[in-house]
Design a protein around this ligand. Structure first.
Ligand code: SF4
Length: 449
């Protein structure tokens, strides 16, 4: 990305996101016998990244450059990179994938990325080998959760990144704002398979301490599954703390207790809101009371079992002072169970073909786009949420809410668990705070009294 996706400050530029979708494809190619390397653009410029490829002797090449665009925030970077590649070597073949960015409307993307020779719309595991040939198979085929272990050794500088282990794909719970709303949930991988993958990943890191992210849009393990994972983890003698993401009503307290024994240490929970009206507006759940009751039980279970909770909060279309206060008050009541929050206003992602469906719904709720043309240009539409919250007020309220529940210690703990380079220290963090625009930091610097 040319700039971090939320707020641009020195700390945000430290974050590393392993593109585990691209790593899955690299792993398939390697298993098929190809020599493969995965390089992350991170926050380097396109020039610096191309320079890296040259230094490694892999550009120019008769093989294609496969470029994965994981989010619309990476699109401007990808545009510059593709132009640069073609300017430097007009013969180069560029294949672009990234299901969330290419999939919604390939014709729209072609207009923005004319240098791409091939656009791949869906999940590429079943066809990735054919993309190396002169007759690529571009069918959109099903790609269930792979059973293999991601090979992190293929990632340039892999030791800096916390690793990933894929647990399941899809969700299908219907939340209006989410791209996974209609994508059916795969069955979660067998616990013994996941435990063995964790062990293999630790080997890839030379036996060092790792904090894998067990990737799932909705980690939905029951207590029995958790027990089996705890048993296998103990049989293998693993001592690995891991993190995952789920809904507040998808894990029972018994499941949390078992998962904690299996190493679960941090869970990202998509609470989104505690306003009953907003829960319904988002189509997060049909019965808000039941939803919030489940959330309370899960948060208590996490605290009892030593699992840190990071709650994701979404200021939604139609948000009012009243609905915002409902969420704040609920979070206050549960503050002792929460280690941190991630708060932001809802954004419509995608070109007109997919964004319009959201924008029509949100306009009915009283929201309107900040720039009606941005969906055409960037695939990112920021919103004025309501009369109470224009986009500036929504951003200010988001920052205030973040700071209410997070200080520098809790922020560092959560970020360094998964997203900062593995060798990034608290002293580095403190230095970066000094270099940051303090007004943009989502945590408070002083302890509250
Ligand atoms: S539960 Fe989470 S992943 Fe599933 S549709 Fe809702 S927001 Fe998306």
């Amino acid at each position: 990305m040319l700039a971090p996706k939320k707020r641009d400050h020195a700390l945000a530029r430290r974050q590393l996101y392993l593109n585990y979708g691209a790593l899955s494809l690299a792993t398939v190619l390697q298993l098929q016998g190809h020599e493969t390397r995965l390089i992350h653009g991170e926050h380097y410029t396109p020039d610096a990244t191309l320079m890296q490829l040259r230094e490694f002797g892999i550009f120019p090449s008769r093989h294609p450059i496969m470029l994965s665009i994981p989010s619309f925030y990476a699109l401007t970077w990808a545009q510059s990179f593709c132009q640069l590649v073609k300017r430097t070597d007009p013969e180069a073949r560029v294949i672009v994938g990234g299901r969330w960015v290419v999939g919604p409307d390939p014709d729209w993307l072609r207009g923005l990325l004319p240098e791409a020779d091939v656009l791949v719309e869906g999940m590429a595991e079943p066809i990735i080998g054919s993309l190396l040939t002169s007759s690529p198979d571009l069918r959109k085929l099903a790609a269930p959760t792979p059973g293999f272990t991601l090979n992190h050794l293929l990632v340039q500088g892999h030791l800096r990144y916390q690793p990933s282990v894929e647990a399941s794909r899809g969700c299908g719970m219907g939340c209006k704002f989410c791209e996974e709303r209609d994508i059916k949930l795969d069955r979660i991988r067998a616990p013994s398979e996941l435990a063995h993958s964790m062990a293999l990943v630790q080997e890839q890191y030379g036996g060092a301490d790792i904090h894998p992210y067990l990737q799932a849009s909705m980690f939905a393990a029951n207590a029995q599954w958790g027990e089996q994972l705890a048993t296998t983890v103990s049989e293998l003698g693993l001592n690995i703390e891991w993190r995952t993401e789920s809904r507040v009503d998808a894990l029972t307290p018994r499941a949390v207790a078992a998962l904690a024994r299996a190493g679960l240490k941090v869970v990202d929970l998509g609470l989104e809101t505690a306003s009953p009206a907003q829960i319904v507006a988002m189509k997060k759940a049909r019965d808000p009371d039941r939803y919030l009751a489940s959330a309370s039980k899960l948060l208590a279970a996490c605290r009892e079992n030593g699992v840190r909770v990071k709650a994701n909060i979404l200021l939604y279309a139609g948000e009012t002072v009243n609905t915002f206060e409902e969420t704040r008050s609920w979070l206050d009541d549960h503050a002792s169970c929460i280690s941190g929050v991630s708060v932001g206003p809802v954004i419509a992602y995608g070109p007109p073909k997919t964004a319009d469906f959201l924008l029509e719904d949100w306009e009915r709720l009283g929201a309107h786009p900040v720039d009606p043309l941005s969906k055409h240009v960037s695939g990112i539409t920021h919103m004025h949420l309501s009369k109470d919250f224009d986009s500036g007020a929504a951003e200010a309220a988001s920052l205030n809410l973040s700071r209410r529940y997070m200080d520098a210690d809790s922020y560092f703990e959560l970020k360094s668990f998964s997203y900062y380079p593995r060798d990034y220290t608290r002293a580095d963090f403190d230095q970066d705070i000094e270099r940051s625009n303090l007004e943009k930091l989502p945590f408070r610097l002083m302890a509250r009294h």
